[in-house]
Design a protein around this ligand. Structure first.
Ligand code: KG4
Length: 339
C-alpha cells in the first residue's frame, strides 16, 4: 500500500501544496504574493487574504499534477508554526476540513523541522543523495539562524541560535538602508558577485558557544554609511557592489565560524544548509570550500527547496506518518517556537 501525503504550507507569504508518495515528490505547487512588493515587507493581513484566495486552486493543482485522485491521500500534513498567525490559520483550517471530509489523519509540521528535512525529498525513487545521521544543519532564513544537530528524522537539537537578528534579516535591513528594496538578500547577492569583499570591514560578534548575533553588524554597516555619506553624498551609489560584497563576506564568515566550531567539537563531518539564505552563492561557495578543506560531506538544497515550499512539509509529514505521529482535529497554530 502506498503512503501518499498532501503537504500544505502557508506560514508566511507563499501558498504551497505538494504530494509526496512513499517519499518521492509527485508535485510541488507554489503561489507567491506580489501584493507585498509595494510595502517593502510582508503585510500579515494581506498575506492571509491572499492565502484564502490561493489555497483551493493551489491544492487542486498539486493533486492534478501528481496525477492522483484526492481519495488516494493517506494523510494531510500542514505547517502548524512558527509563522504569521493569520496565514497559518488558513492552511490549518483547510487541512482540518480536508482531513475530516476524507476521513484521514492530520499531521502537524514544524516549519523549521521541515526546512531541515527538505534534504530528504526524493525527486525520483533512486534519489539517495541525502545526509546520514547525525548531521549538522545550518538553518538560515529571514527569521532564524540556528545550528541544529539532527539525530534522526524526528529528533533534532538546536545547539546554537541567534540572540537577536537572523542572517536574512541582516541582509534585508542593510539592503533597505542602501535603498535596494525587499527582500534585499537576493539583490545583495547579485551585486556582491561583482564587488570586492575586502573593500570594507564591519564588526563581528563576540558571542559565547555556538550562538549568533547580527545586530552589531547591522549597526556597524549603518554607521559606515552614515560617516561616509557625510564626506560624499553619492557614497552608496559609487560603492554599492563593494558594500554588498563586504557585507556578504562578513555574514558568511560569521555563519561559518560557529558552524566550523560545532563540527569540530562534535566530530561531525556531515553538514547541511537550509532556509532562504542557503540560496546565497557566497554561502554555497563557503560550504564547498569547507568540504575541500575539512573533509566535510556537504548538502546544499536545490534552489526550489531553499524557500518556503510544501514538499518539505509533505516529506516531514511522511516521516511523522511512519511514526504514527498524528495531531488532533482541534490543533491550533503557533506563531513562535524552536524545534
Ligand atoms: O526561508 P525564507 O524563504 O523565509 C523566511 O524566513 O521568511 O528566507 C527568506 C530570507 C530573506 O531574508 C531573504 O533576503 C533571504 O532569505 N535570501 C537571501 C538570498 N535569497 C533569499 N539572502 C542572501 N542571499 C540570497 N541569495
Amino acid at each position: 500500500m502506498h503512503i501518499t501525503i498532501l503537504g500544505i504550507e502557508s506560514s508566511c507569504d507563499d501558498t504551497s501544496a505538494s504530494v509526496i508518495r512513499d517519499g518521492v515528490m509527485l508535485s510541488n505547487v507554489i503561489a507567491g504574493q506580489a501584493v507585498h512588493e509595494a510595502y517593502g515587507g510582508v503585510v500579515p493581513e494581506l498575506a492571509s487574504r491572499a492565502h484564502q484566495q490561493n489555497i483551493i486552486p493551489v491544492v487542486a493543482e498539486a493533486i492534478k499534477q501528481a496525477g492522483i485522485d484526492k481519495s488516494e491521500l493517506t494523510a494531510v500534513a500542514f505547517t502548524r508554526g512558527p509563522g504569521l498567525m493569520g496565514s497559518l490559520l488558513v492552511g490549518t483550517s483547510f487541512a482540518k476540513g480536508l482531513a475530516l471530509s476524507l476521513d484521514i489523519p492530520m499531521i502537524d509540521v514544524n516549519h523549521l523541522q521541515a526546512h531541515v528535512l527538505a534534504h530528504f525529498i526524493k525527486e525520483s525513487p533512486d534519489d539517495t543523495t541525502h545526509p546520514s545521521f547525525p548531521f549538522l544543519c545550518l538553518l538560515v532564513s529571514g527569521g532564524n539562524s540556528q545550528i541544529i544537530k539532527v539525530k534522526s528524522y524526528n529528533e533534532m537539537e538546536v545547539i546554537g541560535q541567534t540572540i537577536d537578528d537572523a542572517a536574512g534579516e541582516a541582509f534585508d535591513k542593510c539592503a533597505k538602508v542602501m535603498g535596494l528594496g525587499y527582500p534585499g538578500g537576493p539583490v545583495v547577492n547579485r551585486l556582491a558577485n561583482e564587488g570586492d569583499p575586502t573593500a570594507f570591514t564591519f564588526s563581528k560578534p563576540q558571542v559565547a558557544g555556538y550562538d549568533y548575533s547580527f545586530s552589531g553588524l547591522k549597526t556597524s554597516f549603518l554607521y559606515t554609511l552614515r560617516d561616509r555619506l557625510k564626506e560624499d553624498p553619492d557614497f552608496i551609489e559609487k560603492n554599492q557592489k563593494d558594500l554588498c560584497a563586504s557585507l556578504q563576506a562578513t555574514v558568511v564568515d560569521i555563519l561559518m565560524h560557529k558552524l566550523r566550531k560545532a563540527a569540530k567539537d562534535l566530530g561531525i563531518k556531515e553538514v547541511a544548509v537550509a532556509g532562504g539564505v542557503s540560496a546565497n552563492s557566497g554561502l554555497r561557495d563557503a560550504f564547498q570550500d569547507h568540504a575541500r578543506r575539512y573533509g566535510w560531506k556537504v548538502y546544499i538544497p536545490k534552489f526550489a527547496f531553499t524557500t518556503d515550499n510544501a514538499a518539505m512539509v509533505a516529506i516531514t509529514g511522511y516521516y511523522k506518518y511512519l511514526d504514527k505521529d498524528f495531531c488532533p482535529i482541534d490543533a491550533v497554530p503557533f506563531s513562535r517556537v524552536v524545534i
